[in-house]
Ligand binder design. Structure first.
Ligand SMILES: C[S@@+](CC[C@H](N)C(=O)[O-])C[C@H]1O[C@@H](n2cnc3c(N)ncnc32)[C@H](O)[C@@H]1O
Length: 281
């Protein structure tokens, strides 16, 4: 075995079928992510990053290290390395228009307490978008609006809690909202936008594994965003998550999934509202 730390050589290698199966089983058992065979090159490159960071030269040695780590810390880092965290402010923007219109009606009817859950919040763009959309509604200043934002990735959650984004990342935020809710600052890394504390205070960030049902959280929510994450899961886990969403929504509350996702094929007590938006009856 070559020691990368001492030789300084980066060894390009392929995962054996057995090693790929081991990683595939770990990801499936722990987080519910189903890695198709065509993800193999991606998995190799992501696992390689862990090897380089740890100074380990061989996949086999890395898997031994992973199995021996009873703390689960390395498994969490591997999950972080392999899972996809792509997100952006106001992604699939019609969902935010829908929530704004719906929340405006709720507020107009005198509701003063609104609760939301962003169930795979990644680095925070989704819950912050939701907070901006809601807080900019006329009459929302006095309302008690809270958002629970969860993800499995502690790395993503750290970024989310920080609430600091490179200017390019903030480009999809409507200008009037960016001016109102973000603070522009010059840093050695370039221009960054920092989320105002008033917005941060609306959100509680927590680690939650969607593969571990039932969820240890309390509802009832007015709307749940569970977007662009179920696409990585099998049908059984999707069905368990949808059942949990139903349990945690109040009657008349909404479940939003990603535009590429659907509840078709999942037995559930939701009414179809429009693509990717469902209502609990
Ligand atoms: C592609 S991002 C979607 C982010 C956001 N919802 C959006 O639509 O832009 C998927 C997120 O799901 C998270 N994730 C993957 N498996 C998870 C699990 N089992 N439990 C909780 N979060 C998970 C990942 O860490 C990642 O941040």
């Amino acid at each position: 075995m070559r020691d990368q730390k001492t030789s300084g050589v980066v060894t390009v290698q392929r995962l054996s079928d057995e090693q790929f199966e081991t990683i595939r089983a770990l990801m499936c058992d722990h987080v519910g992510i189903v890695l198709q065979g065509n993800r193999r090159a991606l998995v190799e490159s992501r696992v390689n990053k862990r090897l380089r960071t740890l100074g380990i030269a061989q996949y086999g040695e890395y898997l031994d290290f992973l199995r021996a780590d009873e703390s689960g810390g390395e498994l969490a880092l591997l999950i972080d390395a392999i899972s996809t965290n792509v997100t952006e402010f106001f992604r699939e923007g019609d969902h935010f228009d829908f929530i704004r219109d719906t929340a405006a009606r709720w507020l107009a009817k005198g509701r003063q307490k609104l609760r939301f859950w962003s169930a795979a919040c990644s680095s925070g763009e989704e819950p912050y978008s939701l907070a901006m959309a809601l807080r900019s509604l006329p009459g929302s200043e006095a309302a008690d609006i809270r958002i629970l934002a969860t993800d499995i990735s502690t790395r993503m959650l750290r970024q989310a809690v920080q609430g600091s984004y490179l200017a390019g990342t903030a480009a999809t935020i409507p200008a009037e909202l960016a001016n109102r809710f973000l603070l522009r600052q010059q840093t050695p890394d370039g221009e960054v936008y920092r989320v105002h504390d008033a917005l941060k205070n609306m959100i509680v960030f927590r680690r939650l594994n969607l593969n571990k049902t039932p969820f240890a959280i309390r509802g009832a929510f007015d709307a749940i965003m569970c977007r662009n994450v179920m696409i990585y899961f099998d049908q059984d886990l999707r069905a368990r998550i949808v059942a949990e969403a139903h349990r945690l929504l109040r009657p008349g509350g909404y479940l939003m999934v990603g535009h590429a996702e659907t509840l078709i094929g999942i037995e559930s007590k939701f009414d179809f509202v429009r693509p990717a938006i469902y209502r609990r009856h």
